[in-house]
Design a protein around this ligand. Structure first.
Ligand SMILES: O=c1[nH]c(=O)c2ncn([C@@H]3O[C@H](CO)[C@@H](O)[C@H]3O)c2[nH]1
Length: 326
């Protein structure tokens, strides 16, 4: 992976996030990566409710000494204005960050909604801004609904979401981010933007082991130390839920797509999302290998790229290097 290193060639990214232990790792990874320039964080419910996501985003930026990066608070409800009731305290702790008693942040979010911030930055830097979407897709769907040009103005949307040809992690049908707002997800997947989706079929191949944790713990890197502390809760959850000693690194894996998309391979096709019923949140990818004899719900919709393979060990190695060298 070649460093670009030149300030004005850095890819501008906005991280839409619900921190979240693995979100924290992804944010630190981005801040430590010369290939990308983090121009803002937008917050969303998911692992935690939106107000706590905002608190945690501000806290993480203060840990990093990057209070210069604006945080715009996102939606408190789904795109259909349904209040959110389901959060993942069982995986991330009540505070979203492994119950480590974080120092409350001094900073405040900017007085602009996440979707307005996304639209403003897409207009300010047309074709240059990549959104890395680590939570439910409500803020991005709202940006699309209020600004029809948004999909064309944005450089790329990299999505952590979906379970392509595998079971979900909320139930056998659905992955948590898509389950958080399936209607919003369907709007985003079919909006015509340049989209890369990374599902848990990929992120479950990126496992941080006990040995990796020891390796991180032996480092004096500030991000390595911080993440070792918050990871304990997440690792205990994986032992209980999956009977593995380690942790799936969803969000950092997806951040690597923004940093270097060649770390994965992709298939192209149309993704639709099931909005209701027992398959609510199911992501269904048409791999376009069949010429369908009749019109389907996938016909004439824009295609997206879906990640199909990854070298999990390489991702773990690169991640550890960057967190240790901080
Ligand atoms: O509701 C959830 N259940 C899980 O088992 C689970 N495991 C991880 N996650 C979070 O959801 C995204 C991946 O589906 C990531 O942001 C994880 O932090 C989960 N969310």
């Amino acid at each position: 992976m070649g460093d670009i290193g030149v300030e004005n060639k850095r890819k501008k990214i906005i991280i839409d996030t619900d921190p979240g232990i693995d979100d924290a790792m992804a944010i630190f990874l981005a801040l430590q990566s010369p290939e990308v320039d983090v121009i803002g964080l937008t917050t969303i419910y998911g692992n935690v409710r939106t107000t706590l996501a905002t608190t945690n985003a501000l806290h993480l930026l203060e840990v990093a000494g990057r209070e210069d990066i604006p945080v715009a608070e996102g939606s408190h409800t789904s795109i259909k204005e349904v209040p959110k009731l389901r959060f993942a305290a069982f995986a991330h702790g009540c505070d979203g960050l492994g119950e480590i008693n974080i120092v409350p942040p001094k900073g405040k979010p900017i007085p602009q909604s996440a979707s307005d911030f996304l639209i403003e930055k897409a207009n300010e830097f047309p074709g240059e801004v990549t959104v890395v979407a680590l939570g439910p897709l409500t803020n991005i769907a709202k940006a699309i609904e209020s600004n029809a040009d948004f999909p064309q103005k944005i450089r790329q949307i990299v999505i952590l979401g979906g379970a392509f040809s595998v079971n979900g992690n909320v139930n056998p049908a659905t992955e948590a981010n898509i389950f958080g707002d399936p209607e919003a997800a369907d709007i985003v997947f079919t909006c015509g933007a340049d989209i890369i989706a990374v599902g848990i079929n990929i992120t479950h191949q990126v496992v941080l082991t006990d040995k990796d944790l020891e390796d991180l713990a032996s480092s004096s890197g500030k991000y390595a130390k911080y993440v070792c502390n918050i990871l304990k809760f997440y690792i205990d959850y994986h032992l209980e839920a999956y009977n593995i000693r380690g942790a799936y690194l969803h969000d950092p894996t997806v951040m690597f797509v923004a940093i270097d998309p060649s770390l994965m391979t992709y298939a192209e096709g149309v993704v639709r999302v099931q909005a209701d019923g027992i398959f609510r949140g199911l992501t269904l990818f048409d791999n376009m290998k069949k010429r369908w004899g009749e019109v389907t719900e996938w016909s004439n919709k824009p295609s997206v790229k879906v990640a199909v393979s990854v070298d999990g060990d390489k991702i773990i190695h690169l991640l550890k290097e960057r967190l240790k060298n901080s």
